[in-house]
Design a protein around this ligand. Sequence first.
Ligand code: FAD
Ligand code: NAI
Length: 475
Amino acid sequence: MSKTFDVIVIGGGPGGYVAAIRAAQLGLSTACIDDRSNADGKPAPGGTCLNIGCIPSKALLDSSKHFHHVQHQYADHGIRVDGSVSMDIATMQQRKDKVVKQLTGGVGQLLKVNKVEFFHGFGKLHADRVVTVTGHDGDEQHLQGKHIILASGSVPIELPGMAFDGQHILDNAGALALEAVPQRLGVIGAGVIGLELGSVWKRLGAEVTLFEAMDNLLEAVDRDIAKAAGREFKKQGLDIRLGCKVKAAEVADDEVRLTIENKDGEQQLVVDKLLVAVGRRANTEGLLGDDTGVAVNQRGQIEVDAHCRTAADNVWAIGDAVRGPMLAHKASEEGIAVAELIAGESGHCNLDTIPWVIYTDPEIAWVGKTEQELQQAGVEYKTGSFPFAATGRGLAMGEAAGLVKIIADAETDTLLGAHIVGPGASELIAECVVTMEFAGCAEDLARIVHAHPTLSEAVHEAALHVDKRAIHRAN
Ligand code: FAD
Ligand code: NAI
């Protein structure tokens, strides 16, 4: 006999578990199905983000940043570390695993207190919103949903002839779990994962070479910001080779032999580990039975409308499995919106104001349009910028690289984009998101009182500079 729920969510990542909690808060009987297990075989809800994505990567970024600062920044503050400084990789990894365990355990608790029924197993949608859950012991259960939310996330893209082997050719999970610092780390793709995880292992002592197919670093990022970031990465010793393709990777004698091609022709290079980070694809493998009515497009994404409705009645899809940026907060906000729509409330996720953050050092963050996008669209705009080197706080902290750039409509002054590379960019972007969400102007940001001395003064001054009335820089 099948159990019936108002809402069945397939996938327990930041899209799925958040959707399930919100649906339950709204009084809907809710099930959440997730197949991920931790090292002990226990459920590990939280998806890619908590287990092998956002959280473990930030834990390692923080550990490696401390290590780097002890070696390279403390002396400026007069802090002398006598003797050698070394990194215990096992302790660093244990700390990361502890953070992950705490958070996935916390999600399990949250599902419980909100009375979401959790199923540990693989969910498959069939016609008429019947869902089968196959447990890890092979046991099968049948559930019936009035509404279904598909939140199956994404998986890394593999390159032909470079299958992930967990030993030499690594995906994000492999690069997060290394037990020792590789002497030479190759990274295919100087995108978000390549730069974040490349930074981790570089700070810990690896020689890191990134091979990027595009001629520009971070093609989607505002050019001024990407260029400033590129200069900092170069100073840190990250060897980023643009316009470069890895044609072959052969594993032999505990190393990876690469054949690389750029405008000058072919070259050979040997690394100890190779991280392939060339993007992710929607994960729909085995998710849909016959006749569900759900459409999947050529890119493998589940097709949805602006409100995350699929082509099948009362079947919704959110997060990395659908169009839009592959970000945890985007997945969660779509989950909340869909739960609210199912409950008959108004729910909406504005894809135009999703903030992006790359957690390198300095951090990179942005919201809205880049200057190159506006040029292409023929929109008239004005810009203002301000360097962190002109902020008292940045200098006092000894972290003054980077700038804030604000873009506003030439006529209406409406904020069209905000772009930051520098200390605390991940937090500073929030006020720009709020301003854009409220359809605010550069002048609104310029007239708001910002505390002194803070890094946020750079946002304030950049907004003033849009109107060429910044105080602490020449206009
Ligand atoms: P997922 O998190 O992928 O969750 C889907 C879950 O569903 C998975 O646990 C999967 O096992 C399970 N599942 C799939 N199919 C089934 C099925 N049929 N039955 C049962 N269970 C199923 N984003 C940010 O915003 N900030 C960051 O700092 C950030 N850092 C990242 C770092 C790395 C290394 C990576 C790889 C990603 C990072 N991301 C980050 C992206 C972020 O992880 C994703 O955007 C986010 O996890 C998407 O959430 P989701 O719920 O759509 O899918
Ligand atoms: P990405 O799309 O960010 O970067 C992939 C890079 O690889 C691009 O620069 C692309 O031009 C390059 N590339 C593609 N094919 C190539 C090839 N054959 N040879 C050389 N270069 C090639 O993808 P990435 O880094 O894998 O991350 C996937 C997604 O995960 C991100 O787009 C983001 O949505 C999410 N993520 C978010 C993070 C955050 O919010 N801080 C952190 C990590 C991941």
